[in-house]
Design a protein around this ligand. Structure first.
Ligand code: ADP
Ligand code: 5GP
Length: 197
């Protein structure tokens, strides 16, 4: 029987951006749980791991020296500095997963996404918070950032939201189940667009 998703020899690339605290990690993890053909790219970063984070699963946590060496060696598809730390996407990881028929989700900031637009074939998805007050509550409920860091992230969020119209799709993450249903539909539709082309 045909699968609803996961029938391509070479997987597609999806670039997902959203202001910190919007729910992009939650939504992408839901996709991975439902579909074994969906993988999230594991980025490199120079920031410190948060309490629940595991090296190699959430990020590859590396020093600035190691990150800068990787920049010089051309290992990144894109990279950017976000909140004073480097973040970058590994070219090798993506090529390997796509060639095994996996759809790869790049959960990256708007600077990184802009570097990729018009440069490679990917579907660009922006996830919006319902409003700024809800975003503040979500950032606070995560209990992983100080008040000062939360304020910094909120002011950056306004700048990221201004770039949302450049993406192929925008999803408002108000009710999680609704936002997830939209995200899931986008993947299914995009796979079917390229299934016989
Ligand atoms: P991001 O990856 O965009 O920084 P997270 O996925 O870590 O955001 O979500 C931030 C917080 O908001 C988490 O505590 C998460 O459980 C919660 N959250 C995500 N989506 C929703 C939603 N639709 N309604 C309520 N809370 C949500
Ligand atoms: P956090 O520190 O909250 O995990 O991530 C901070 C921001 O960096 C988020 O917007 C996240 O999407 C972004 N980010 C994570 N990995 C990468 C990456 O590889 N490249 C870029 N450009 N941004 C990334």
């Amino acid at each position: 029987m045909r699968k609803i998703l996961g029938d391509l020899k070479k997987g597609l690339l999806f670039v997902v951006s959203a202001p910190a605290g919007t729910g992009k990690t939650t939504l992408v993890r839901m996709l991975q749980r439902e579909f074994s053909c969906v993988v999230e790219s594991v980025s490199y970063t120079t920031r410190e791991p948060r309490a629940q984070e595991i090296d190699g699963r959430d990020y590859h946590f590396v020093s600035r020296e190691v990150f800068e060496q990787k920049i010089e060696e051309g290992e990144f598809l894109e990279y950017a500095q976000v909140f004073g730390h480097y973040y970058g996407t590994s070219k090798l990881f993506i090529e390997d997963k796509q060639s095994h028929g996996k759809h790869v989700m790049l959960v990256i900031d708007t600077q990184g996404a802009l570097q990729l637009m018009n440069r490679l074939q990917a579907v660009f998805i922006f996830i919006r918070p319902p409003d700024m007050e809800t975003l503040r509550q979500r950032l606070s409920s995560r209990k992983s950032e100080s008040l000062e860091v939360i304020e910094e992230r909120l002011s950056w969020a306004e700048k990221e939201l201004a770039l949302a119209p450049r993406y192929d799709y925008q999803i408002v993450n108000d009710y999680l189940e609704t936002a997830y249903a939209v995200l899931r539909s986008i993947l299914i539709a995009e796979e079917h667009r390229s299934l016989y082309s």
